[in-house]
Write a protein that binds this ligand. Structure first.
Ligand code: ADP
Length: 495
């Protein structure tokens, strides 16, 4: 396997015998080409490289080759972790056992973006050139006016730099925000502006990378005591710009003052944290009293009274879970979540969690398939919390179905758990957002109770254990939430 690491082609191995054909091996070049790290790759199906660009006809060729156990070569649009498109020339070949059954697929990938671009450019160049020459003078003038009107109107501070990081121009909003004059900015080096507020080594490195790699700088925060305006928090985005081939290699920086927004967010978080703490104490007392009442219940008490007491207990417990979720969230926000790592029987813990949920569920049958490991070191109660959350979502969001499946497996030096439902599914544009705090899919809000915190907490827990949590879903068909956890942290690239 070490030898494969020296290959310049990306190489992966997928396991055809496991559900959804997960990747079980990748070499270094695959990490380099895709921009993902090994722990984000192992256990996933290769389709994550297509991101949302799913309407590629080559997918059918691939699917067919996998189904028939044949080899194939396709060129597909794939996306790096940072969203950059690259053309992937993918060669897939099956590995068969002695009986001729396909067990694995080996995939060899080469980034052919350059060649593909050259091909496409060549095809277009002839017609484009002719049209361009006549249009050029006119359109340049128009584009320039157009661009400058946009630049002056936007309510964001904009700066244009030349390749040597000298300021070529700034818009009105910039001058107003920073209370500076044009003469203090234009023609000067970005890093020399004001009192050196942009002279940050990490930012410098990112900006210097924009032109050679075309990678934008996104959401870079700068907290600084600015001259004239005082202490502020600024959010910075920077892109390479090019206008009709004329203004080549320029950098556009957009700067947003997020001081107030961040302060409001902080106050909201503080409020949630205090409120959940304050609510927890009386609730724990109520919970205790309900339990005492249940224990001290006289034998001649009416069924109606017993029923009311039982329901009170259930609702108190539900409230308790909601408040515990809020507390978890604020602990994550403040970085106060503690891990109690111990070695435990992972499969047994999952089986027990499933049994508990099954006991409280009449509508669905939960089926467990496969096995992962009987010895895992991590925080058992956190992992159980994740599985409980995924299972209760799978049940909650599949009211028309009566089955949920849990797959346990071991993929390379990772364990993998997948929870699959045949419920309402999640639209592709919502799939990333559901892991955000408080995000709930619009049409779901009214129909199902919830606060939109569960998945956020789950993702943090899995991240804290060095793993990844993701969803694959088709709207109207169902969803599969999967997570992987490294079995031996020393071997994975997570510290
Ligand atoms: P909650 O369930 O409290 O809303 P979560 O963070 O657990 O919060 O989930 C966030 C959102 O993700 C849900 O509101 C729902 O829209 C969507 N979601 C989660 N799990 C599923 C699932 N299995 N099927 C469909 N949608 C889901």
């Amino acid at each position: 396997m070490k030898a494969l690491d020296s290959s310049i082609s990306g190489i992966i191995l997928t396991d055809n015998q496991q559900p959804d054909n997960p990747i079980i091996y990748c070499n270094k070049a695959f990490e380099r080409i895709t921009g993902y790290q090994r722990h984000e790759i192992i256990g996933h199906n290769c389709r994550f490289l297509q991101k949302e660009d799913r309407n590629q006809k080559e997918r059918a060729v691939l699917r067919n080759a996998v189904k028939e156990g044949k080899e194939c070569v396709v060129e597909m649009r794939n996306y790096q972790k940072n969203g950059t498109l690259f053309w992937n020339e993918l060669y897939m070949s099956p590995i068969k056992d002695e009986q001729g059954n396909v067990c694995y697929f080996i995939g060899v990938q080469n980034d052919v973006t350059r060649r593909k671009k050259a091909e496409q450019e060549l095809l277009h160049q002839q017609d484009v050139m002719e049209a361009q020459i006549s249009e050029r003078t006119k359109s340049l003038k128009e584009s320039e006016d157009y661009l400058s009107s946009i630049v002056q109107t936007v309510r964001e501070s904009l700066v244009v730099l030349n390749p040597d990081f000298k300021v070529l121009s700034v818009n009105e909003h910039f001058l107003k925000t920073f209370k500076v004059g044009k003469e203090e900015t234009e023609g000067r080096l970005l890093y020399d502006l004001g009192n050196g507020q942009w002279n940050i080594p990490q930012l410098k490195e990112l900006l210097e990378n924009i032109l050679p790699t075309n990678n934008p700088v996104e959401e870079f925060e700068v907290e600084h005591d600015f001259p004239h305006i005082g202490k502020k928090l600024m959010l910075l985005n920077a892109h390479r710009i090019e206008l009709e081939g004329q203004y080549k290699d320029r950098i556009l920086i957009a700067i947003e003052d997020i001081t107030d927004r961040r302060e409001i967010e902080r106050r909201k978080d503080d409020f949630l944290s205090i409120a959940s703490h304050e609510l927890k104490t009386p609730l724990t007392t109520i919970k205790g009293y309900v339990q005492i009442m249940q224990r001290l219940l006289p034998s001649d008490i009416s069924d109606k009274f017993k029923d009311i007491l039982k329901k009170t207990g259930i609702y108190v417990e539900r409230l308790n879970t909601l408040i515990a979720d809020l507390l978890d969230m604020s602990r994550i926000q403040t970085g106060n979540i503690e891990l109690h790592r111990e070695t435990f029987d992972f499969d047994k813990a999952i089986h027990e969690a499933v049994e508990n949920i099954q006991a409280a569920t009449k509508t669905h049958q939960i089926i467990i398939k496969g096995s992962a490991t009987n010895s895992y070191t991590g925080d058992e109660s956190h992992i159980v919390q994740v599985i409980n959350n995924l299972l209760s979502n799978a049940i909650k969001y599949s009211p028309e179905s009566d089955e949920v499946e849990v797959y346990l497996s071991k993929v390379s030096n990772f364990l993998k758990v997948a929870v699959k439902d045949k419920g309402m599914g999640i639209k592709i544009e919502d799939q990333k957002k559901i892991f955000d705090r408080f995000f709930r899919v619009g049409e779901i809000q009214q129909r199902f109770p919830g606060m939109g915190i569960g998945l956020y907490v789950c993702e943090q827990i899995i991240k804290n254990h060095g793993g990844t949590l993701w969803v694959e879903s088709e709207f109207g068909q169902g969803s599969t939430f999967s997570f992987t956890l490294p079995l031996d942290e020393r071997k994975s690239n997570v510290q």
